[in-house]
Design a binder for this molecule. Structure first.
Ligand SMILES: [Zn+2]
Length: 161
């Protein structure tokens, strides 16, 4: 089993506590490109992993958030994901791990931020719940603070623990 962390970093202007909207009512679909470590084939489509779902691993080997059979070598692989307790805050100076991935037979190559994120106004406490980071930047206006807010230069990193 190999452990990976998905990390986020960005320039925050007047906002803090950036995190995925990821609750049982509104689960986040984490989208990745993956590679089979047995035959080293990168799967041609991205995959979605939801931490509230569980799928059976064949041969009664338990359950995982994600089960995948490689089209090339036919090996079955799986991964379990756990949300860390961390958020990207205004004080952070380096990438923050937001997701822990325990993978069997899979390399996680890249993350595609397709779902919704949330953030909080730094001084105002205003909640922003429709933060879209797909273009690696987001701009809004904080009515309570009477100022523009933004998240820019968003970078994603997947690293081995
Ligand atoms: Zn394979």
């Amino acid at each position: 089993m190999v452990k990976f962390y998905l990390k986020i970093f960005a320039t925050l202007d007047a906002v803090t506590d950036v995190e995925p909207v990821d609750t049982p009512e509104s689960p986040y679909e984490y989208t990745f490109t993956i590679q089979c470590t047995k035959c080293r084939t990168t799967h041609d489509k991205s995959v979605n992993i939801n931490r509230f779902e569980s799928h059976e691993i064949s041969g009664s080997r338990g359950e995982a958030s994600f089960v995948f059979r490689c089209k090339e070598c036919k090996a079955e692989h799986s991964a379990a994901i756990t949300r860390t307790a961390q958020k990207l805050t205004a004080e952070d100076k380096k990438p923050v791990p937001i997701l822990e991935i325990d993978a069997r037979g899979l390399d996680f190559e890249s993350f595609i931020p397709e779902g919704k994120f949330q953030a909080v106004g730094l001084e105002s406490g205003t909640k922003f719940e429709e933060v879209d980071l797909e273009d690696n930047e987001w701009y809004d206006y904080d009515d309570k603070a009477g100022a523009e807010v933004s998240i820019t230069d968003v970078t994603w990193e997947i690293s081995r623990a």
